[in-house]
Design a protein. Sequence first.
Length: 177
Amino acid sequence: MGKYPDDVKAILAAGHDLANHSENHKQMSKLSAEECRTELQKAHDRIKELTGVEMNLFRPPYGDYNNTLIEVTNSMGYHCVQWDVDSLDWKDYGSDAIVSKVLNHKHLGNGSIILMHNGAKYTPDALEAIILGLKEKGFTLVPISELIYKENYEMDHEGRQHPKEEKITPTPHPNAA
């Protein structure tokens, strides 16, 4: 972000969500609560200063999180986001491999979040084919802020959110002994 302030502004101007990914791309589960808070706050403050936006979405580097990180993100008003479809674009196998990996992924479904990297070599070449392929399969692309549950949800081991089961407590009959 520090190297590309105009790109950050362009992303925002195009109507995309701005989200936090930490200040230094550390393995967050290895950090104390205070270190996690510092990693989030530094990036948050830089984006706020640049754009005026109060970010509330966070994707942990490497998808690495634990209860400490979740508690910190929640206390800071952030929603921790995970993915369930990994494009493996960072492996630089080529654009066709990225397209195939996404469009044929076993977890691809309604509500999927696809992990891709802006710095991966072949991602720009693969993006149009992925978008068209997803639309052909009947998917609608939406910003993550419109996709995710923000309360009363659980996340499974594959990174997919599910609404929490509402527990209904029976009301005792007034004449019950």
